[in-house]
Design a protein around this ligand. Structure first.
Ligand code: F6R
Length: 611
């Protein structure tokens, strides 16, 4: 939520800031702004609307200078207008700040500062920061920021600039922030991809870090009490993502590019994990003995990652024969879950920064449970808090709608199931996990095959795009896919969509089915195929228009479905992974047909760092 950037070097800061903000715009896009020191004073240019609007304004004249900070906003406090856009100055205009996160005690601080004579212009929580630092400033920006941060309650990443000091000061607490290191210039940003064009060397900041970033030097310190925290020197991380990974290339939208990257993402995720004989090897920092003692596994995540957990629940349950649960993080954290040192909790988060998921991880640790993080982002907060990490190696996912991260998360659940099956010496699993692992090796190629259905998915999507409602059905391991299909359609095409276990519809929702209501059924599982056919007949009897995603060896569904999209027949644990791209493409082309900006759906932002 919100993207922040900073630059100090020898080039024109304004151009660099705007370019990097564009790369961060998936984090929020309801207003944007920059503040640049022009040699005499700090000039701020900010506006409601997307970065394109800011660029338009700057095309007239732009602040000249080699040090500045910028922001792209996802509004929390105060509507998205020009005044509430960041950066926010103090009373004098000498100090400015950009922030990501929420200052929970801002109303108290604001009242106190107004009492002291500070004049506020915006309705944001952020503005208290510049005034608080103004209050404490005594010729040393870093010291003033440190004092100010100690008074804050909430989660934040912030960057400050003072017109009399040749460095930027940034800090973080439960919101991501990185420093990019280059020759005679340095950068600050909310994430790594935004800076890949300039460097692959980073300090990935930790909670409590405060950093002073000059042209030639960077100093990392902590704003916590040093005697109370274990503050170690930060190492430089070399990131192996390429610039191409973080740009659209020839694609119109990141989402389509990322849908097409799924073969590669899966290939990278399984690389080195499966032996010829089908054994799974994972680098786990949890001793095998502890894993053998586990009596229940809990899967926790939000949104699309939660759907991956629902898929994982089926697989792990059938493989390990112990209780497996899947929970939405924002609920799990408030229901006092029964966890002991014999419970294993798996947290799934593409970004590794989702506030609710991180809060659940802390809760699980407090209760002594074993914890695994599944994430796509090296150095993200989740990687530092879990006992061990499994990476989805999908490369940067930039579109707000998650695609390649989802299928990579499904793959990780298959790997985890195979691994735990061996470690726990399970005698009898429902499926032969060696066979599953061997089939998984062919998945990247099959993903390529599935994408050949793109034209059909587009036709199907263009029909759905005319409607206001759509229903998705599935049974067994296909059911989480129905949910994911509905979420994708809702979030980017704004068509009302709901997903149901196919057998559940007749318990109420079937009342909504009417002439021409689109129903998309995912049907890849033999054991429940005929049952789903019966459910389909029930909606057809109510004059619904039915579309089916199934395996290419299933015959006869064309007789009653308006369209059938086929995925390669393979192991039953893998077909629900192959069903994801058609669902993603349907949502993509429906949104496109309706004329929406696919990568920047309204009201959303990637990486939800607030509760
Ligand atoms: C939907 C989507 C979201 C995320 C959710 C969790 O397309 O992307 O539902 O899946 O916000 O995000 P992460 O995985 O970063 O924790």
């Amino acid at each position: 939520m919100c993207g922040i950037v900073g630059y100090i070097g020898s080039k024109q800061a304004c151009d660099i800031l705007v370019e990097r903000l564009e790369a961060l715009s998936y984090r929020g896009y309801d207003s944007a702004g920059v503040g640049v020191f022009n040699g005499g004073e700090i000039e701020i240019v900010k506006t409601a609307g997307k970065i394109a609007r800011l660029k338009e304004i700057l095309s007239g004249s732009k602040p000249q200078g080699t040090m500045g900070i910028g922001h792209t906003r996802w509004a929390t406090h105060g509507e998205p207008n020009d005044i509430n856009a960041h950066p926010h100055p103090d009373c004098t205009g000498d100090i400015i700040v950009v922030q990501n996160g929420i200052i929970e005690n801002y109303r108290l601080l604001k009242a106190e500062l107004i009492e002291k004579g500070h004049r506020f212009k915006s309705q944001t929580d952020t503005e208290v920061l510049s005034h608080l630092v103004e209050e404490y400033y005594n010729g040393d920006l870093k010291e003033a920021v440190k004092r100010a941060l100690k008074r804050l309650e909430g989660n934040f990443a912030v960057v400050f600039m003072h017109k009399d000091e040749e460095h930027l000061v940034a800090a973080r607490l439960n919101a991501p922030l990185v420093v990019g290191l280059a020759h005679n210039e340095n950068f600050i940003a909310s994430d790594v991809p935004a800076l890949l064009k300039s460097t692959n060397k980073f300090y990935i900041l930790h909670n409590g870090d405060i950093v002073s970033v000059g042209r030639e030097s960077v100093e990392v310190d902590t704003f916590f009490d040093r005697s109370k925290v274990d503050f170690k020197k930060r190492n430089i991380s070399i990131i192996d993502w390429s610039v191409e990974d973080a740009t659209k290339g020839d694609y119109e939208y990141f989402m389509l590019k990322e849908i097409h990257e799924q073969s590669k993402a899966i290939e990278n995720t399984i690389e080195g994990a499966i032996t010829r004989g089908g054994r799974v090897h994972l680098d786990m920092a949890i001793p095998e003995e502890r894993l053998r003692q586990v009596r229940a596994i809990h899967l926790v995540a939000c949104g699309t990652a939660y759907h991956a957990c629902l898929y994982g629940r089926y697989i792990l349950e059938e493989t390990l024969s112990i209780p497996i649960s899947a929970d939405i993080a924002s609920e799990f954290r408030y229901r006092d879950p029964l966890l002991t040192e014999r419970d294993l909790v798996v947290f799934v988060s593409q970004s590794g920064e989702t506030a609710d998921t991180l809060a659940c991880l802390d809760l699980a640790r407090e209760k002594g449970a074993l914890t695994i993080a599944v994430t796509n982002v090296m150095g993200s907060s989740i990687t530092r808090r879990a006992d061990t990490v499994i990476y989805t190696r999908a490369g940067p996912e930039i579109a707000v709608a998650s695609t390649k991260a989802f299928t990579s998360q499904q793959v990780v659940f298959l790997l985890l199931a195979g691994y735990l099956h061996d470690v726990r010496r399970v005698k009898k699993a429902k499926e032969n996990m060696r066979e599953v692992a061997k089939a998984l090796k062919n998945l990247p190629e099959m993903m390529g095959e599935v994408l050949k259905s793109e034209g059909d998915c587009k036709l199907l999507a263009e029909e759905i795009a005319e409607k206001e409602d759509c229903y998705y059905l599935g049974r067994n391991i296909d059911e989480p896919l129905a949910r994911e299909g509905a979420l994708k359609l809702k979030e980017i095409s704004y068509i009302h969509a709901e997903a149901f276990p196919a057998g559940e519809l007749k318990h109420g929702t079937i009342a909504l089915i009417d002439e021409g209501t689109p129903v998309v059924a995912i049907m890849t599982q033999d054991a429940v195929l005929e049952k789903t056919v019966s459910n389909i007949q029930e909606v057809i009897a109510r004059r619904a228009t039915v579309y089916i995603i199934t395996r290419d060896d299933v015959k006869g569904l064309e007789d009653f479905a308006r369209m059938v999209i086929k995925v390669p027949a393979t192991h039953r644990y893998i077909t629900p992974i192959l069903s994801a791209p058609p669902l993603q493409l349907i949502a993509y082309y429906a949104a496109l047909k309706r004329g929406y900006d696919v990568d920047m759906p309204r009201n959303l932002a990637k990486s939800v760092t607030v509760e």
